[in-house]
Design a protein around this ligand. Structure first.
Ligand code: NAD
Length: 491
């Protein structure tokens, strides 16, 4: 595999509308800042409502041709797109680092995940099938269901993992026969800019995939556009409420992939070598804690609590904050200065609420230009405190204690979120009880993780959202079923 090189050059960013690459938009310009250094990297054109309108109309115009394409041909170009993603892994991974400061060690596997999801959903493009139902009593009606694409789908991405979201949203929408207007965050324009070149190279016709960059106003214009038939959104619950309010006007359907406050319950018989390493790395080392499904609440049995604390601190002691291109860097910066200040303030308030700061809690003194937060661990966190209830989206791990299985379940289920829950135990009966009792879109046991496998549906309950990505369920989010009855005189 080609290594990701440290190279801070960025591409010129465009709005991609109907096959045309525009260097300016009517929404103004955002100056992109590299989170690792705080330096401005270049301008990002922002789409105004008229640009969004042009993009949606381009997608609408391209829809009949894309829908009419033979499914096997749709599968072929999507497979080709997946191959091009693999070919350009090192470059897409480099641009992902420049987008949001994630470590190169993380960005390369994320491109691999996108390519896997792309090849998986390419395989679905020619396998969309309906169902012939039993004949009505008079034997004179043929009744069947026919899944159909929606038309134009509006896709809104957030900044923490646009590349993975491309695989999870764009590709199944295309495989199902829809055309798309995609709006990444203006904070992450580079990797998706490169991907638009690959979309063209793969032979996907102009107008099938359009891209507009921008913030809330751009997203709102996309959601409200009357030709957009469905919205697929990744982001926070507060924005999701605004999107649903906008969708309510025309009763437009939406898929919502929102945040999480996921619990990891460690029983005394857990394989602690695996449990502690996986949990600590995924909370602190995954995009500096800016991951939606990370187990940010480690709920630990009293008998092993001290042992777990010791193991966590030993791992964190070896975690290095620094240049995301340095393979030794595990902790990358968070996305903006505002995010850094918000996270540090939350750590302060957690201590005022009684949590014990075990390590970290500050901005590292040798990296003041970038937006870094030391890997932070807080012990004896009150499950009902702000830190016990609210997503941090930063490198902060909370530890809590329990004595009985019932207490652990109650703690794990005590937030309004419900994206993922994790359990470590060797007791199969306990696993079955926990899988059934934990209120979340997914339960992952003994080291299993979400999203890496595209075959399994991923998504939330509660304020973690609804709808699914992955598997057949993720494809059918972009299809609606038409019922067909054909009468006749066949006697
Ligand atoms: P956000 O909700 O502020 O923004 C997400 C996207 O929505 C951005 O592209 C933004 O420009 C756009 N947007 C903002 N206001 C809008 C509006 N009124 N109408 C339409 N679009 C609008 O989220 P964020 O702070 O950028 O991202 C962090 C959140 O995303 C966290 O809660 C995180 O857990 C969640 N997330 C969830 C998943 C998942 O798959 N479940 C994955 C990654 C991130």
């Amino acid at each position: 595999m080609t290594a990701v090189v440290s190279d801070l050059r960025v591409p010129i960013v465009h709005l991609h509308i109907g096959g045309e690459a525009r260097t300016s938009g009517s929404g103004g310009v955002h100056q992109h800042v590299y989170p690792a250094t705080g330096e401005v990297q270049g301008p990002v054109p922002l789409a105004g409502p008229d640009d969004v309108d042009a993009a949606v109309r381009a997608a609408h115009a391209a829809y009949p041709q894309w829908r009419a394409l033979r499914p096997a041909e749709r599968a072929r170009v999507l497979r080709r797109l997946g191959e091009l993603m693999e070919r350009d892994t090192a470059e897409i991974a480099r641009l992902s680092v420049l987008d949001n400061g994630m470590s190169a060690a993380m960005s390369q596997p994320l491109v691999g995940i996108m390519a896997n999801w792309t090849s998986y959903y390419a395989g679905w493009a020619d396998k969309v099938e309906g169902r012939v139902t039993s004949f009505p009593a008079n034997q004179r009606e043929l009744a069947y269901s026919m899944p159909e694409p929606y038309g134009v789908v509006g896709i809104i991405l957030t900044w923490n993992g646009p590349v993975v979201s491309v695989g999870m949203k764009l590709i199944p929408a295309l495989a199902a026969g829809n055309t798309v207007v995609m709006k990444p965050s203006e904070l992450t324009p580079y990797a998706t800019e490169h991907l638009m070149g690959l979309v063209k190279e793969a032979g996907i016709p102009d107008g099938v995939v359009n891209l507009v960059l921008g913030g809330p106003q751009t997203g709102d214009a996309l959601v409200r556009h009357p030709l957009v038939q469905k919205v697929s959104f990744t982001g926070g619950p507060a924005t999701a409420r605004k999107i649903l309010a906008a969708c309510a006007e025309s009763l437009k359907p939406a898929v919502l992939e929102l945040g999480g406050k996921s619990a990891n319950v460690l029983f005394p018989d857990a394989d602690l070598d695996t449990a502690v390493a996986v949990n600590t790395f995924s909370v602190l080392g995954t995009l500096a804690g800016q991951g939606c499904a990370i187990p940010s609440r480690m709920i630990v049995h009293n008998d092993i609590y001290d042992d777990v604390v010791e193991r966590v601190l030993a791992i964190v002691g070896g975690m290095h904050c620094g240049d995301p291109f340095d393979p030794a860097s595990v902790i990358s910066p968070v996305v903006t200065r505002e995010a850094q200040q918000r996270i540090l303030a939350m750590i302060e308030r957690a201590q005022a609420d009684g949590a014990k700061l075990l390590t970290g809690g500050r901005a590292p003194s040798h990296l003041t230009n970038g937006f870094f937060v030391e890997p932070t661990v807080l012990g004896d966190v009150d499950p009902n405190s702000e830190l016990g209830q609210i997503e941090v989206f930063g490198p902060v791990l909370s530890l809590m204690r329990f004595q009985t299985e019932e207490q652990a379940i109650e703690m794990a289920n005590s937030t309004d979120y419900g994206l993922a829950s994790y359990v470590y135990t060797k007791d199969i009966d306990r696993i079955q009880r926990m899988v059934s009792a934990l209120q979340a879109g997914g339960v992952y046991v003994n080291g299993a993780t979400p999203v890496t496998g595209c075959e399994l549906a991923f998504g939330g309950i509660g304020i973690s959202g609804y709808g699914r990505e992955g598997g057949e369920e993720g494809l059918f989010e972009f299809l609606r079923t038409k019922a067909v009855g054909i009468g006749g005189n066949w006697a």
